[in-house]
Design a protein around this ligand. Structure first.
Ligand SMILES: O=C(O)C(=O)C[C@]1(C(=O)O)C=C[C@@H](O)C=C1
Length: 366
């Protein structure tokens, strides 16, 4: 089902946001000085447009630091007064929404652990009815695009049009260099299905450690995202939560200055012409690829008929191992990666088996 969202772009949220927005501040508000000092220091970057801090922290285990609660909103407001930055925090239930509205929080966000639960999202959506506050929805913990879209729809149907999404990566059992695997294909698909939704990337939660944050931040820009949410702390080493992934404000400011902002299009005529030429070459090659794939699948069907008539199994592991080995060798020599080729060969094989299964199941006319 095609999602139908009615949204207002961030630049029209009335908060002085640009086309590209960096949201920064501590993972958790810990005390007034920490919030205000961090805010003043990150405000030195002209890209930082919003101050963030968590005040209710959903932690994996009890007895960890679970946030300072309502008093943190007073500190955020003090920081807003000192810097002029609008303020944002996470809400996880209706009462959080109420408290945030009382303290004039400018932007609310739903965390991954809330997005995952439609009951929670609906409770928050109901609490937002009749209110005009911007809301950003993080992706759910698991890579479920429909759940993410569903949460956006619930908030939107409550009348919130100042709506955006945050890509914070996805939980995985596999050991990876990331705390949460980016799976860029998911926000890309969100963009394709809901082009009106602006997406902010959260490199801090994807990375889990500060060293790879700049790489993820630049990649997000290259994926045409509208902004970044990056955690910063005046003294990360003593942070009460997520110490590994928070940047010192000076590092955040330096990193933001290094980011290369890119536009989805260029007005340069020469660039446009050359791009057109490349694109027509790609069009032709894709046509050839599709034609050849169709021929390959037709041959596979014929093999299926012979196998059916001779009671031979569809799966031929030895042959397939041999195909993989030879194709990978050839692809490597031509500069194609193993990861790409393995995925490509796997889906070709899957389709070939599917076609042969259809043939096997069809009535034999002898
Ligand atoms: O060679 C075969 O026996 C085929 O059926 C073709 C094919 C393929 O698509 O390449 C399909 C299934 C087998 O597991 C191995 C190879």
């Amino acid at each position: 089902m095609q999602p139908n969202l009615n949204t207002v772009p961030m630049k029209d949220w009335g908060l002085g946001l640009d086309e590209f927005v960096v949201i920064s501040g501590p993972c958790s508000a810990e005390n007034e000085d920490q919030v205000v000092s961090t805010a003043k220091a990150v405000a030195k970057s002209d890209k930082v447009k919003v101050l963030r801090a968590g005040i209710w922290k959903p932690r994996t285990r009890p007895n960890s630091f679970e946030g300072v609660g309502e008093v943190g909103l007073e500190w955020l407001n003090a920081a807003k007064e000192a810097t002029g930055l609008p303020i944002a925090t996470e809400v996880a239930n209706a009462q959080h929404v109420e408290v945030c509205l009382k303290h004039n929080v400018d932007i609310l966000w739903l965390g991954a652990r809330s997005t995952v639960n439609p009951f929670t999202v609906q409770e928050i959506a109901d609490a937002l009815k009749g209110v005009d506050v911007p809301v950003i929805v993080k992706n759910p913990i698991n890579p479920d695009l429909q759940l993410w879209i569903g949460a956006l729809e619930r908030i939107n149907q409550a009348g919130i049009t100042k709506l955006a999404a945050i890509h914070r990566g996805f939980s995985s059992f596999e050991k990876t260099p990331f705390r949460n695997v980016p799976m860029w294909e998911i926000p890309i698909e969100l963009k394709r299905l809901c082009p009106e939704i602006e997406i902010i990337c959260d490199p801090s939660h994807i990375a889990g450690n500060r060293d790879i944050i700049p790489f993820i931040a630049q990649k997000a820009i290259d994926m045409d995202m509208h902004g970044l949410m990056i955690e910063s702390h005046i003294q990360p080493s003593i942070a009460l939560s997520d110490a590994q992934q928070q940047l010192k404000p000076a590092a955040l400011v330096a990193m933001a200055a290094e980011l290369k902002l890119r536009q989805p299009e260029s007005t340069n005529k020469e660039f446009k012409n050359l791009l057109e030429e490349f694109r027509s070459e790609i069009d032709e090659l894709d046509e050839t690829l599709i034609q050849q794939l169709s021929v390959r699948m037709n041959i596979s069907e014929k093999i299926g008929e012979y196998k059916r008539d001779n009671d031979v199994t569809i799966l031929q592991v030895n042959r397939w191992n041999d195909v993989i080995k030879r194709r990978l060798d050839m692809a490597k020599a031509l500069g194609l990666s193993d990861t790409f080729m393995n995925k490509f060969l796997a889906i070709v094989h899957e389709e070939s088996i599917r076609r042969q299964t259809d043939v096997m199941n069809s009535t034999v006319v002898k």
